[in-house]
Design a protein around this ligand. Sequence first.
Ligand code: NAP
Ligand code: F7E
Length: 331
Amino acid sequence: MKKALITGVTGQDGSYLAELLLEKGYEVHGLIRRASTFNTGRLEQIYQDPHLEGVRFFLHYGDLTDGSRLVTLLQKIQPDEVYHLAAQSHVRVSFDEPEFTGDTTGTGTTRILEAIRMIGLDCRFYQASSSEMFGATPPPQDENTPFWPRSPYGAAKVYGYWMTRNYREAYGMFAVNGILFNHESPRRGETFVTRKITRAVGRIKAGLDTELYLGNLDAVRDWGYAKEYVEAMWLMLQADEPSDFVVATGTAYTVRDFVGFAFEHAGLDWEKYVRFDERYLRPSEVDALIGDAAKAAHELGWKPRTLTPDIAKIMVDADLEIALGAAGRLD
Ligand code: NAP
Ligand code: F7E
């Protein structure tokens, strides 16, 4: 049975990837941070009591800032595949906490790569690289587009990208970068713009809220569906040779467009509810990210199936159900 370790298993992508790998028959291990409250909400549907027989899903405490723990964990688990998804992943927050973001999102990648090298582990390694690395370079962006990061988060991801390539070239490791464009789902963190919007739509429709404060509505993004993007991660580690891939839909919408899709799906006129708050602006913005995923289509056979307008509907439906439940209005 193949064994996989997922860092960031409690996050949006980690939870979908754990489900996918369990479906494929893997033994799945996840790294979680100790917190004073439960942080495993996205894993409830796959959590297995470790006392039961035949369990294939295990959680282990650890932190990206603790290199020796990464060594002992990898030594103990001996995974065939490592999916490194953990990061301080919020771009706006990275301006407030640049040093912490560098330590986790950037140096965290080096700590895992170095742990794998130190113990001589023979495994395949996936690095969660990001379209934020392209930053100010105009679209369309593909694997050959120069990086121009516009945030401490983007800069930290560029460092992680190059460390991954360095370990591949210097030590012959099967280490790859998935350069994923924005991907969303009902499990998206509540402070990323799509989820913030769909959560507000649900709450306004349910009578719990009356307004939604946003920043820059003109930013253009290529929003795909997270559930499909984790399939691309897995495909990259099954390839004959290690290589880096862009994963995107190739479509482009503004934040304003997404607001329109979400409110319209709930039968609401967005202009009555959306207000501007400058606190949601960034010191430097990434104006437009639109990916060209032709390489992933040709070499991995990966193609997106769900596009932004439908993602907005899926997310509004899920958030409306939550809001109606909170308002005590579910049948
Ligand atoms: P997410 O929901 O924010 O999840 C981040 C995960 O990292 C969580 O499990 C979090 O744990 C964990 N984490 C954060 N700091 C940690 C630390 N110091 N030690 C251990 N674990 C830590 O992110 P996501 O949307 O699933 O994205 C997954 C990865 O892909 C991230 O690296 C992100 O930067 C990258 N990425 C995301 C997108 C996107 O559009 N979603 C696009 C490109 C790249 P807690 O649950 O305890 O906070
Ligand atoms: O912002 C604008 C904001 O925070 C999208 C991360 O997963 O994708 C994500 O980074 C756009 C930006 O995502 C609000 O200025 C307007 O232009 O949802 P976001 P992001 O910054 O694109 C990349 C690929 C990653 O790798 C990251 O980990 O929306 N925007 N008003 C707003 N954004 C937020 N968060 N909140 C607002 O109120």
